[in-house]
Design a protein around this ligand. Structure first.
Ligand SMILES: CC(=O)SCCNC(=O)CCNC(=O)[C@H](O)C(C)(C)COP(=O)(O)OP(=O)(O)OC[C@H]1O[C@@H](n2cnc3c(N)ncnc32)[C@H](O)[C@@H]1OP(=O)(O)O
Length: 409
């Protein structure tokens, strides 16, 4: 058996990479998306796995800036992980991720993140689900019943998608500062990831529509519509919400009312809403506004645990000894004393007895404030040696808003 080598996948091999992705992700080559994927991969750091001259695996890493509590950090956005069906389960993904961790260290990226195709794959590599999303469906065959009055003094305006980043970008940035787990968007990201003319996953959806409320805007929604059946009595169309952000409860209520009352539609389907979406409290009738799905969204890898912990803000003081395990990056493993508080944090090696024992996977799940360690202790996924230690870490990690993102990559 030949040895597989991991090296940079050059621009000249992009067509081979896209062919491999088509095979692995069961795609048929479509020119429009091939050009888009090429443009996207060109912006990525690219790792190829070569069996002789044959490209048998690839992994992209998009250079992201991820919001973390109190700030933001450079983060490798792992994407397009693909291994040829002839070379599965021979350690190629493992080898490409090991190479990615090395490159993160070289480029001072303490974090890596990804969206998993299957939840079972990435935990063994030290990744934990750090944000969660839910799908909310609103039955709009009847008027939406809300517990507060929507703002009725603020104008609603439709904005052309090409103008939207300039108009709603500052609102997104302000919300991103509150919600950890979000990537910084540039024009490329808005144009290709948020507002492409067609939806890559669903041909039935119309182009993106952007509605703002207020002048200057205090909220906005991005959505696409799917037309309904023409038959009398048949279900109406569906409004597919891409994102909705609002600075005030009244503006949020007005945007939800707007979406719920679009003519010729009878349902709003909102994918990837935060689990603490105020809509779930605003709704007067939870049979009308239902959570139909909940899922792990962004998986996070603390590639450099000390740098990651020392870069975020802390809600309460804690002084704890953590016994960390890390199967694929042993430099993170061992006993560390975490001293953290509103003034900052330090993580230093120690021989002291541990208060908590956990894997970096569990620490990654808790890092943005979206998972409580005490629940993981209760589930047997982490060990508490000092009573109250998990609760103390949870208080220190707590954030006012749950971490949340819908920016898939
Ligand atoms: C971030 C993203 O891009 S998500 C997209 C991921 N890509 C896909 O789903 C495309 C289709 N699948 C593939 O291309 C490949 O099967 C991959 C990339 C998922 C895995 O590649 P492989 O080279 O086979 O993985 P590798 O051999 O390194 O496996 C490492 C370990 O993960 C496990 N593993 C790999 N894939 C899976 C899976 N789908 N489900 C559960 N475990 C898995 C292996 O069993 C192995 O465990 P072991 O060490 O205990 O034996």
């Amino acid at each position: 058996m030949t040895t597989v080598e991991f090296r940079t996948l050059p621009k000249a091999h992009l067509d081979r990479a896209l062919d491999l992705a088509d095979i692995v992700f069961h795609e048929t080559p479509e020119d429009e998306w091939r050009a888009a994927h090429r443009e996207y991969l060109l912006r990525c750091d690219r790792i190829g796995a070569y069996d002789g001259d044959e490209l048998v695996g690839m992994l992209g890493a998009y250079p992201l800036t991820l919001s973390v509590p109190g700030g933001e950090l450079p983060c490798a956005g792992a994407t397009f992980a693909a291994v040829a069906p002839t070379h599965r389960r021979r350690g190629i993904l493992s080898g490409m991720l090991a190479e990615l961790w090395r490159r993160c260290a070289d480029h001072d990226r303490p974090l890596a993140a990804l969206w998993a195709s299957q939840a079972a794959i990435y935990g063994r590599f030290g990744c934990g689900p750090a944000t969660h999303g839910c799908t909310v469906e609103i039955d709009t065959g009847r008027p939406l019943a809300l517990r507060i009055a929507p703002a009725d003094d603020l104008p609603l305006r439709l904005v052309a998608p090409e103008k939207a980043p300039g108009v709603v970008g500052p609102l997104h940035a302000a919300q991103r500062a509150r919600r950890a787990g979000r990537v910084a968007r540039d024009d490329y990201w808005w144009r290709t990831r948020v507002l492409p003319e067609t939806d890559e996953d669903d041909d039935d959806l119309g182009p993106p529509r952007v509605v703002t409320i207020g002048a200057p805007p205090v909220g906005y929604a991005v959505y696409r519509t799917e037309s309904g059946d023409d038959e009398p009595g048949a279900p109406g169309g569906v409004v597919h919400l891409v994102e909705l952000e609002a600075e005030t409860p009244g503006a949020a209520a007005a945007l939800w009312q707007y979406l719920a009352s679009i003519d010729l539609t009878s349902k709003v389907r909102a994918w990837g809403r935060p689990l603490d979406d105020p809509l779930l409290l605003l709704a007067a009738d939870r049979d009308q506004v239902r959570v139909t799905q909940e899922f792990p969204a962004l998986w996070l890898r603390l590639v450099d645990v000390a740098a990651a912990l020392e870069a975020r803000s802390w809600a309460a003081p804690c002084d704890l000894v953590l016994d960390l395990t890390d199967a694929t990056l042993p430099a993170n493993a061992g006993r560390r004393r975490l001293t953290a508080g509103p003034a900052g944090a330090t993580l230093t090696p120690t021989d002291a007895a541990p208060d908590l024992a956990l894997d970096v996977r569990e620490l990654a799940a808790c890092y943005l404030g979206g998972t409580e360690l005490r629940h993981l202790v209760r589930a047997g996924l982490a060990a508490e040696h000092t009573p109250g230690a998990a609760a103390a870490l949870d208080e220190a990690l707590r954030t006012a808003y749950l971490p949340h993102t819908t920016d898939e990559f």
